[in-house]
Each structure stands twice: as structure tokens, then as C-alpha cells.
Design a protein around this ligand. Structure first.
Ligand SMILES: Cc1cc2nc3c(=O)[nH]c(=O)nc-3n(C[C@H](O)[C@H](O)[C@H](O)COP(=O)(O)O)c2cc1C
Length: 353
């Protein structure tokens, strides 16, 4: 059965976004937090703690992600997170940002397989990990400078019981450009002793269909930008996967769980959140609630609109002929101007569903 994970996006998928996404849409099995970068003494910052506090994530399946190259810091933060109830902690070995990689963190750590090995050795020898208090998953690129680095990195991963290895098949230098190295991903799939999750450039249900045809054994897939572009994407993919067409009917199952079902086939797709109904009003309501949340919690139109413009830089990909609109949204300085442009964007988007 296909499982879909919402990728972490720093500055976007913090807890308000995750909560509201989960409230409005189904189809996501796990939400990963943007990376937390705990220090040796101070641990997590106040802002980072807020993102993972159980009361801020109630009812949402969340996996916290940590960015570090120090086993001690990783373990300290993981134990704190385990005390809060988290059972999976994800290690970031993919971040391509120059300031991160220069410190030998994120995908910068991949250039040092021996150090990575020592890191994992210390982490997996710790009693808390051996006792199964929490599992450790990894999100990785396939190398720092060269694609050829991956076999040595894989050897390290294969020595440890990583619960899931999410592979974004690009090297650091490529950031998010070009085409993911699916040939390398195919090799990793063969070589990995640990369960593999695919991540990269799946923006539509059609992309996912093609990916599933090419890699029918991959049951776990992580999506980032595609879900920001179209927040209903996971739900649409799950519906398509089950062979349920035109299935926008919301039913309560006998167990009380929400399911989307088709009157034609009777097949059901278990959903983690609120599902059913016409998608556009839900996307609009989702947008409006995010907007209201940031309006109440951020100071000034400038900060608020900066956040919202960032979201639209992805969402406008779903709106046909949106160049002029993009300019309008980008240039809006005040809420009324912004909302007028957004009304137009939603009217255009409606045509694509
Ligand atoms: C703005 C932005 C912020 C990101 N922040 C994180 C992060 O905090 N942790 C992480 O592991 N990956 C991060 N990523 C990478 C995404 O999780 C994901 O791997 C990447 O976007 C490729 O997947 P996609 O093609 O489905 O978007 C970020 C990507 C973007 C574009």
C-alpha cells in the first residue's frame, strides 16, 4: 500500500501549516518537521521547541527532523523528543545550503563517510536506541560533489538498522535543479538493506503514476513542493491509486474513520484528515485559515504578505497563464490588494480541477 509523506520545507511546513493541512486534506501518512539544529548545551531553541511541542501537533502524525553531525547532540535532542512521545527521529543528510554544508552538516556530512560511520556507531550503540525507545530514519542526497560517492555512503547506511532511508537522488551541487538521478535511485533500491523512500520532483498525480510504473515496489514516497503547489495532491494520488475516479464523497466508515469512497466501485481510501467534497472550496478555506493565522500572529502586512507570497510562488504553478497574477501578488503591499489578486488566482485555478 502506498504511503505518502509530506517533506520538510524550512519556513513553510512549520506546525500551523501542518495542522491546517491535516485539518483540510487527507492522504498524508507522516509530516516531517523542518530541521531542528540543536546545540550541545542549549539544546533546541524556543522556536524549535514550539514546532514540536505535543500540544501544537495534537492528532497529526509528525516526525521531527534533526540536523547535526554530533552524535551526542543528536542523542540528547532525540531523547527529549522521545519523552514528548515521538517514536521516530529523522536525521537530515540532504540539506544543500552552503552555510550548512560548510559546517559538515546536511549533505556536507556525506563527503566524510568514515565520520558518518562513527556518528552512526555512537548513535546506534546508545541504550535508548538499542532498547527501541525511538527509531532513526535518514533523509539523504546521493553525494556531495559527485554521483560516484553514493556506493561508499550506502555501505555506511547498510551497516545500521535505519528505519527508513529517504533518498533525494541529487548531489548537493545540484540543489533542486536538473533531473533526479533515477538510475542511481534504482541501484540504491537494489543495494539498500533498509527500507527506501523516494523523494523528488513528483508534482502531479500523473508524475506519481509514471513513477509507480517505473518503480512498482516503492511503497513509500515523500513529496514536498508538489504538495505546497497543490495541497490536495496526496489525497488525489491516493484516490487514483485505489482506482477510484470522481471520488469526492466523504463517508464515515464503520470504525468512525474518515474515508473517501466511490459510489461506482465501492473502494475506499483511508484518509488521515478531513476529506471529501469539492476540492477548490477546501483549498480556498485552507488558504484563508493560514492567512488569518499569520495575520493574527505576525506583526505588520509586510511580514504576513512575505509568508503568503512564498506560498503563492509554488501554488501559482497550478494556475494557468498566471504570469500577470504572479506580478500582482508579488507587488501587493497591503492586505486588500493581496486578497483581490488571490480571488483572481482562485478563479483561474478552479478551471484546472
Ligand atoms: C524552501 C525549501 C526548504 C526545505 N527545507 C528542508 C528541511 O528543513 N529539511 C529537509 O530535509 N529538506 C528540506 N528541503 C528539501 C525538501 O524536503 C525536499 O527534499 C525537496 O524539496 C525535494 O522534494 P520535492 O521535489 O518533492 O519538493 C527544503 C526544500 C525547499 C525547497
Amino acid at each position: 500500500m502506498l504511503h505518502l509523506y509530506f517533506a520538510p520545507l524550512e519556513g513553510i511546513t512549520t506546525y500551523p501549516y501542518r495542522n491546517l493541512h491535516h485539518k483540510y486534506f487527507g492522504g498524508v501518512d507522516k509530516y516531517f518537521t523542518p530541521f531542528l539544529a540543536p546545540g550541545p548545551e542549549q539544546g533546541m531553541s524556543v522556536k524549535e521547541m514550539r514546532d514540536v511541542l505535543p500540544e501544537n501537533n495534537a492528532g497529526v502524525p509528525v516526525v521531527p527532523q534533526i540536523l547535526t553531525n554530533r552524535a551526542g547532540d543528536f542523542l540528547l535532542a532525540s531523547k527529549k523528543l522521545a519523552e514528548m512521545g515521538y517514536r521516530e527521529i529523522n536525521l537530515n543528510l540532504g540539506c544543500p545550503s552552503g552555510t550548512v554544508t560548510a559546517k559538515k552538516k546536511g549533505s556536507g556530512f556525506l563527503l566524510y563517510p568514515d565520520d558518518l560511520d562513527r556518528f552512526f556507531d555512537e548513535v546506534f550503540s546508545d541504550a535508548s536506541v538499542r532498547n527501541g525507545e525511538f527509531q532513526i530514519s535518514v533523509k539523504t542526497r546521493i553525494g556531495k560533489n559527485e554521483v560516484e560517492e553514493w556506493p561508499e555512503i550506502m555501505e555506511v547506511y547498510n551497516r545500521y538498522p535505519i528505519s527508513e532511508l529517504t533518498v533525494h537522488p541529487r548531489i548537493q551541487k545540484e540543489f533542486y535543479k536538473g533531473v533526479p538521478h533515477l538510475d542511481v535511485f534504482a541501484d540504491i533500491l537494489k543495494e539498500s538493506r533498509n527500507p527506501v523512500v523516494y523523494n523528488g520532483d513528483l508534482f502531479t498525480a500523473e508524475h506519481m503514476k509514471k513513477f509507480r510504473e517505473k518503480f512498482p515496489t516503492v511503497e513509500n514516497v515523500m513529496i514536498g513542493r508538489g504538495l505546497i503547489r497543490n495541497p490536495a495532491l496526496a489525497e488525489l494520488i491516493k484516490i487514483e491509486e485505489a482506482g477510484v475516479e470522481n471520488a469526492h464523497v466523504c463517508v464515515e466508515s464503520e470504525t468512525g474513520n474518515k474515508e473517501t469512497s466511490s459510489e461506482q466501485t465501492g473502494k475506499t481510501v483511508p484518509m488521515s484528515g478531513n476529506t471529501g467534497g469539492n476540492l477548490m472550496p477546501r483549498i480556498r478555506a485552507f488558504h484563508d485559515e493560514i492567512f488569518e493565522y499569520y495575520r493574527e500572529t505576525m506583526s505588520g502586512d509586510r511580514n504576513l504578505l512575505f509568508r503568503m507570497k512564498d506560498l503563492w510562488s509554488y501554488m501559482l504553478e497550478e494556475v494557468p497563464d498566471s504570469e500577470k497574477l504572479a506580478k500582482k501578488i508579488r507587488k501587493s503591499q497591503h492586505v486588500p490588494e493581496y486578497l483581490a489578486a488571490v480571488d483572481e488566482a482562485f478563479a483561474g485555478w478552479e478551471r484546472t480541477f
